[in-house]
Ligand binder design. Structure first.
Ligand SMILES: Nc1ncnc2c1ncn2[C@@H]1O[C@H](COP(=O)(O)OP(=O)(O)OP(=O)(O)O)[C@@H](O)[C@H]1O
Length: 250
């Protein structure tokens, strides 16, 4: 499998606190990879460091290209997309417009023309993202009218429409009930089947163990395990550090 992401010795210090400690991992093209661990383990910090939202040492490479010194918007432009725990949407814009804001780039032929005509370089990625996340029937709705599960899907669609090749999703299932979380899992799998690669951070073990190809486990900023969902489920180290507290779904 071709590698899409590799980190080497990625570390983050907050004052005297080492939030991320020499994390080296890789994600293959078309892989859905989970990142789990207890509260404060460094999962969000890892996404922040990958996407450039916090200062880090070590190396981040996307398709072999070193992005370690690039600013966040340039990493995003090169295909490293993220969502945030809070999943904020623009409440005054429709679902489609929320996607267009990220997909249409300044200088690519007129932001406003593209926004109002729906045509231009941002049009195809938005259409594809609406199709893949099954949001077409909600495209003209305002976020206020959406369920929490639909809002999370819009957030993922926005990252995809913005040109994300590797989508780093920070707790997309937070606040979802088990049915909504299962639906989200199905959509994430179809995104991967359609060629995206995903890094999924979540505490919903039913989701992570159910949909991921491979899982990394962080504790106190360090990688303590990696493996398939079955390997992780039965790992003593992981049960001690994390799964013992969460309860392991069958
Ligand atoms: N901006 C910051 N400034 C200082 N310390 C921070 C900052 N962000 C995170 N930390 C610290 O870094 C460590 C890792 O936090 P992080 O939020 O990455 O953990 P997490 O695994 O995502 O936790 P959770 O599952 O609760 O979201 C924690 O000790 C946290 O207090």
């Amino acid at each position: 499998m071709k590698e899409i992401l590799r980190t080497d010795g990625l570390s983050v210090d907050y004052g005297g606190n080492r939030a991320l400690d020499e994390v080296s991992l890789s994600i293959g093209e078309g892989e859905l990879v989970g990142l789990i661990g207890p509260n404060g383990a460094g999962k969000t910090t890892f996404i922040d460091a990958l996407t450039g939202f916090t200062t880090s040492t070590g190396r981040v490479a996307l398709r072999g290209v070193d992005l370690s010194r690039e600013r966040p918007h340039l990493r995003a432009r090169k295909g490293l997309a993220r969502t945030w725990q809070s999943a904020e949407l623009y409440d005054e814009l429709t679902v489609r417009e929320n996607l267009e804001v990220g997909a249409v780039r300044p200088g690519s032929g007129g932001y406003w023309r593209e926004l109002f005509t729906g045509r231009g370089r941002g049009h195809e990625p938005v259409k594809r993202a609406l199709d893949l996340l099954e949001l077409n029937h909600l495209a003209d709705d305002l976020p206020d009218s959406l369920t929490q599960g639909q809002r999370k899907s819009v957030d993922v669609a926005r990252a995809l429409a913005a040109g994300g090749e590797l989508l780093c999703l920070d707790e997309p299932a937070a606040g979802l009930d088990s049915e909504e979380s299962e639906e989200l899992g199905t959509r994430l799998r179809s995104l991967v089947d359609a060629g995206s690669s995903i890094l999924l951070v979540d505490h919903d073990m039913g989701l992570v163990l159910g949909v991921c190809d491979r899982i990394y486990v962080l504790d106190l900023g360090r990688l303590i395990a990696t493996g398939t969902p079955d390997e992780i489920r039965s790992s003593e180290i992981v049960i001690d550090a994390y799964l013992g507290q969460e309860g392991v779904p069958a």
